[in-house]
Design a binder for this molecule. Sequence first.
Ligand code: AMP
Length: 385
Amino acid sequence: MMIRNAEQVIKPGATIGILGGGQLGRMIALAGRAMGYRFVTMDPTPDSPCGQVCDHQVVAAFDDVAGARQLAEQSDVITYEFENVDAEVAAALEASSFVPQGSELLRITQNRIREKTMIASLGIPVAPFRVIASLDDLQRAAGELGLPLVMKTATGGYDGKGQAVLRKEADLADAFETLSRTGAELIVEQFIPFQKELSVIAARNLSGELATFPVAENIHRDNILHASIVPARASEQVIRAAEKMAATIAERLGVVGLIAVEMFLTADDRLYVNELAPRPHNSGHYTMDACITSQFEQHVRAVCNLPLGATTLLTPVVMVNILGEHLAPVLDRVETLPPNCKLHLYGKSESKAKRKMGHINVPAATVEEALAIINDLGIWERVED
Ligand code: AMP
């Protein structure tokens, strides 16, 4: 069914197709099912985390245009939970189905050069960067921007993969050689000596209504999100500025659905946007147990053009990720978890070190209390303040 009217509302009872069968799709489907929607997903792995809670899963690779068409035939609206959607697949879906998020946002966020150029063009600070095509370019960039630098592949990197920190002249040639082997375009950017990493998730529906979730303070370990602390421990002025940046990006890009905006905060209270993700985000999982509306329900509302839900924070909260290496200790403790530990597991059959298997949200009277509860579990190394 094709619906292209910006005022059109996709009402409960309709079927939502999700491209990608991971945990983000699973939590979108769980939230949408509670609202009365039906779900179908597409993922190459049968019985995917999302497929387990959908009416149906199309088992197909992400670049399988025929599989994507099959998904489209069963869906009144299509969304994605995975941003490396093949451009050809996205175009095929757009041609034959209703994809309110469109493919332009994917095109921008799949490439750091386009993403940073676009953010900077809105007058929002990003780490000064240069595109690198040769070792000469890199040496020139080091001269202009100074060391240290962070070198990244423009496409395909996540959780710190495809990155190198260049601290001294002697690092340049090696890093260039290693990262050029990926075949991806490369950029280098100034190393921002940040004090904290923050993120804001903004939602916008087809009618243009916009809402932002409370700012999260994020702690990474080995480049993977470890914990989100909300409210973020930053000044009121920083919080307002972070929310405003996310709202500006959502508005000016004409986002439909969610956009997660990751930022660095420096000791002198300056904010730099680092990265965007056009989907629900790990740093927004806290909303499931601490906000009136979760990011997943909000995503469903936005793509179905329902009015957005209230994003009010009901309680301080800390979210902690359960990676493969944490799963057994969590399951050992499952009968004795304190009563405000809200456990979410993603139904992944294979547990590997560093793989995201679930998370725990701990709503408490203060974030310090929530951190103490998590630290007392003894499963993770202590979160330092
Ligand atoms: P990214 O893949 O861009 O999200 O980067 C992964 C992590 O590397 C970030 O969460 C930061 O901890 C670190 N990082 C990335 N870019 C920079 C930068 N320009 N300055 C300092 N740290 C960075």
